[in-house]
Design a protein around this ligand. Structure first.
Ligand SMILES: [Ca+2]
Length: 334
C-alpha cells in the first residue's frame, strides 16, 4: 500500500482505534493491587465509651476483613468497621486488621487503644451490708459443703435470719434480731454464716471496703471465696475443729477494718463467715457485720465546649432584625 493513499483523516481513525484497543486490553486485564489506603487510627477513649476502628482498603473485590486484638482474631467482626464498648482490660490494646482478597492477605499497621480512666471525683459512701442484713446460718457443727466456702456451694440445711445473730444473755451493741438454735455451754466450735449483697457501684475511679464486726469469739470472713478478714484466729489453716485464739466476754464492735476490694464484683457478691468458739463450754456466740464501700466516682476529664468569642462584641448596640415572617413568633436559637 502506498502511504500516499492514506488520507490524514483515515490515519487518525486508525490511530484512535489502536489506542482504544490498547487501553481496552489494559482495562480488561487490570488487577487492583491489594492495599490499605487508611489503616485504623490510634485512639484514647474514656472508660466505658464505645470505640470505632475503621480501615479503608482497595483490592480485587470481594475483600474480606479480619480484626485482631492483641494478635487474637475477634469472632463475629467481618467488615471494614469494628465498634465495641470499652472496658479497663482494653487499655493499651493493639488493634490490627487483615484485609484479604482472592489471592493475598495484608495486615494493617497497629493502632493502639488507650483507655482514659478519667479523674477521681468526691468521696462517697455506700452501705453494702446493714447490721440487720439477712444471713443464712448453720449451727449444727457440720461443715456445710466440701467446697466451703466456695461460691458454688448449693448445699441445703441453711436457715435465714437478720443480724445480729446470737446466743447471748447480755445486751449487745446492735439489734438482737435472730436467736440462734444452739444451746449455751454446748455451742458448736464453728458456726457458719453466708449471705449475698448487691454492689451497685459501676463507675468508680477508686473503691475501698470498710468493715465493722461484732464477733464472739473469733471469725474468718471470705468475700467471693477469698479470705478478707480474720479475727481471734491464729494464722494457718482453720478447720471446723479449730478453736478461737481469744475469748470474748461481751461482744463489742471491732473495726473499722479495710478489706481488699479486688475481689468485689459489680452486682451480686457472696460473703461466707465462720464464727469459732474459744472452748467447748462457751456460753455465747455472736455474729454481726456492717460493710461500707468508700469510693470516688470517675469524672469525665474531657472539657465541655468553651465560648471563644461573642459576636457582636459585648456592650455594642444591636438593631432590630427585619421581620421576615409574621407567622413566625418568638426567637430562633438555631
Ligand atoms: Ca463465746
Amino acid at each position: 500500500m502506498d502511504r500516499t493513499n492514506l488520507a490524514p483523516g483515515r490515519l487518525i481513525r486508525l490511530l484512535r482505534i489502536g489506542v482504544a484497543l490498547i487501553v481496552g486490553f489494559g482495562l480488561a486485564n487490570r488487577s487492583i493491587a491489594l492495599e490499605i489506603v487508611r489503616p485504623p487510627a490510634s485512639q484514647t477513649i474514656f472508660l466505658g465509651d464505645p470505640v470505632s476502628f475503621r480501615v479503608e482498603a482497595q483490592g480485587q473485590p470481594p475483600l474480606q476483613y479480619r480484626w485482631l486484638r492483641n494478635g487474637k482474631p475477634m469472632d463475629g467482626v467481618s467488615g471494614p468497621d469494628w465498634t465495641f464498648v470499652t472496658s479497663a482490660a482494653d487499655h493499651d490494646a493493639t488493634i490490627t486488621v487483615e484485609v484479604i482478597d482472592s489471592t493475598l492477605r495484608i495486615t494493617s499497621p497497629a493502632a493502639r487503644l488507650t483507655i482514659d480512666p478519667g479523674l477521681p471525683g468526691a468521696y462517697r459512701t455506700n452501705r453494702l451490708v446493714e447490721v440487720v442484713h439477712p444471713w443464712q446460718y448453720r449451727v449444727d457443727g457440720v461443715l456445710p459443703h466440701p467446697q466451703w466456702p466456695g461460691s458454688s456451694d448449693t448445699s441445703t440445711g441453711w436457715t435465714t435470719g437478720g443480724g445480729v445473730l446470737y446466743v447471748e444473755d447480755s445486751e449487745l451493741p446492735g439489734p438482737k434480731t435472730t436467736l440462734l438454735p444452739a444451746t449455751a455451754g454446748k455451742l458448736p466450735t464453728t458456726a457458719f454464716f453466708r449471705t449475698t449483697f448487691v454492689n451497685p457501684i459501676t463507675n468508680a475511679h477508686s473503691i475501698e471496703l470498710v468493715a465493722s464486726l461484732l464477733v464472739d469469739d473469733g471469725a474468718l470472713v471470705f468475700l467471693n471465696g477469698s479470705e478478707v478478714q480474720r479475727l481471734g484466729l491464729d494464722e494457718g489453716t482453720v478447720l471446723p475443729t479449730t478453736q478461737a485464739s481469744r475469748g470474748v466476754g461481751n461482744a463489742a464492735w471491732e473495726g473499722t477494718f479495710p478489706w481488699a476490694a479486688t475481689g468485689l464484683k459489680p452486682g451480686t457478691n457472696a460473703l461466707s463467715v465462720e464464727v469459732h468458739q474459744s472452748g467447748t463450754t462457751s456460753s455465747d456466740l455472736v455474729w454481726g457485720l456492717i460493710l461500707d464501700a468508700v469510693w470516688q466516682e470517675r469524672v469525665r476529664d474531657t472539657l465541655a465546649p468553651r465560648v471563644v468569642s461573642v459576636t457582636p462584641p459585648l456592650g455594642s448596640a444591636v438593631g432590630a432584625a427585619p421581620n421576615r415572617g409574621a407567622s413566625k413568633k418568638g426567637k430562633s436559637y438555631q
